[in-house]
Design a protein around this ligand. Structure first.
Ligand SMILES: CC(C)(COP(=O)(O)OP(=O)(O)OC[C@H]1O[C@@H](n2cnc3c(N)ncnc32)[C@H](O)[C@@H]1OP(=O)(O)O)[C@@H](O)C(=O)NCCC(=O)NCCS
Length: 161
């Protein structure tokens, strides 16, 4: 990611009605500058197509405890989907992670909007880490009532080497 990408990404998503404020990507840029993350931006021709992040210290406690870096916030604009954009981002993300770690971590939401990501990650070899899902980063226990929102996440890992 380069500084000028923050406005480009925000405005590309606003064109399709998704509220992704520029401030979020300015923070990502700061994380990248500070060495906390690498933000991978994909373009097709000259057009912004999607992005994803490698976060060295995961937001998920079970990954953090084992120093497993996380691929997070992978997003491809609808018009560019099923063209291998996310695959290219994931390939690069995993190559970066493999330089520092044997294992990569990732999470997906468990309702249908995440169906593409669910299939993609499993087909790439990601396996649930065996600790169930979290809601707003808290482990979900049997019998809990939780809301099926974007913060209800199943976590998976992949052995890279
Ligand atoms: C998930 C997402 C990142 C995939 O991006 P993409 O660029 O379309 O993915 P690719 O073209 O690299 O797809 C790779 C493979 O993943 C699977 N896949 C991707 N999207 C799929 C879908 N909608 N349905 C079924 N399988 C899908 C397929 O196996 C696909 O290979 P194929 O096209 O040869 O069949 C994109 O759909 C997206 O941004 N979704 C909304 C946000 C999101 O869910 N992000 C992930 C957060 S956990």
């Amino acid at each position: 990611m380069e500084p000028c990408d923050a406005a480009t990404i925000s405005s590309a998503f606003s064109t399709i009605g998704w509220n992704k404020p520029e401030a979020q990507y300015i923070r990502y840029m700061e994380d990248q500058n500070a060495g906390r993350a690498v933000v991978l931006v994909a373009e097709l021709g000259d057009a912004f197509a999607g992005y994803g992040c490698v976060v060295w210290e995961s937001s998920h406690a079970a990954f953090r405890e084992k120093s497993i870096p996380e691929v997070s916030d992978l997003n491809v604009l609808p018009a560019f989907r099923r063209k291998g954009i996310a695959t290219a981002i994931m390939n690069r993300a995993e190559a970066l992670i493999a330089e520092r770690s044997e294992t990569a971590g990732i999470g997906f939401g468990i309702y249908e909007d995440y169906g593409g990501a669910q299939r993609m990650y499993v087909l790439r070899g990601y396996v649930p880490d065996g600790r169930g899902c979290t809601s707003h980063h808290k482990p979900v226990q049997g019998g809990d009532r939780v809301r099926a929102d974007d913060a209800l996440v199943l976590w998976l890992t992949k052995r890279l080497r």
